[in-house]
Design a protein around this ligand. Sequence first.
Ligand code: AQP
Length: 334
Amino acid sequence: MKRILSGMQPTNNLHLGNYLGALQNWVKLQDEPEASCLYMVADLHAITLPQEPDALRKATREIAAAYIAGGLDPDKSTIFVQSSVPGHSELMWLLSTFAQMGKLERMTQFKDKAGKNAERAGLGLFAYPVLMAADILIYKATHVPVGDDQKQHLELARDVAATFNTKYAQEHFLLPEPYIMGEATRIMSLKDGTKKMSKSDESDLSRINMTDDADTIARKIKKAQTDPENLPETVAALAGRPGALNLVTIYAALAGCDRANVLAQYAGMGWGAFKPALADLAVAKLSPITARMNELLGDVAEIDRILKAGSEVAGALAERTVQETRDIMGFWKM
Ligand code: AQP
């Protein structure tokens, strides 16, 4: 039996990178035999950077709607909001006593997000990987779908689990494995093919949001970074052309084919021909999802009902692990 746990932060609307790199894979996982999937809206992680309360509340529902519109089925997957299960925060504190400062200091995501202001960064941003360890270990997840940027955090979760198990001489926490879903799809910014497409990029033109309408998608793709060369015949010839490579990657991911297949069709053509074809494909793929999302957001009571049911399932699993952990550690019991 596999237990899978993953989540996304409600820092803004989901974008095409979140969909092609994560959500699309989660949908496939929920149909795997013997898999039990838990997908959370990771709002406790979102507050590691400043958030406005109303915007956080709105984004939380929007992400839940995007999960469902993108294909997660509440009858197959447990969909819930991280903060509605208090055990995540409690277990994080318990586990923080097993996480070594030296290892946390080496986390590249902290360095990237704190930037030059590391001295002023909050403790939460620094301790983020311990919360992620709690998210995973609380459900005794066996597999965690992770991108390259999260592998280091998963390693920390394994490390914390193993340290705990050794200290108390029992196999209490499972050591989670990374779930690699074939070739990772990393979608880059439409304005700069060397930077990943990101929810928190200041420029809205850098990403295609799952809420964008057809005209907006076409306009953003039209303005996307390319170069004066036509499309080449081989993938190797895209080296050193990050903007061009990104658009070909997006096309391939949307069409469900290899980049080589895309080039076989478009080699020798200019961007004036390719970009409209890419825009049409993106609209065809995203517009049904956007329409379903808008429909769901018109009935927030239904989203809340799904999240409440998910929280009850996740909460029961989490509570059991927290209680067991408290007992093992020797806490007083009422
Ligand atoms: N550009 C991307 N290409 C492929 N996959 C991506 N993911 C994010 N960006 C891309 C995957 O989406 C999931 C959600 O990640 P997250 O919400 O925890 O935050 P993130 O990875 O930091 O994503 P963003 O969009 O860049 O958010 P912000 O700007 O808030 O930090 C993960 O599985 C991630 O791999």
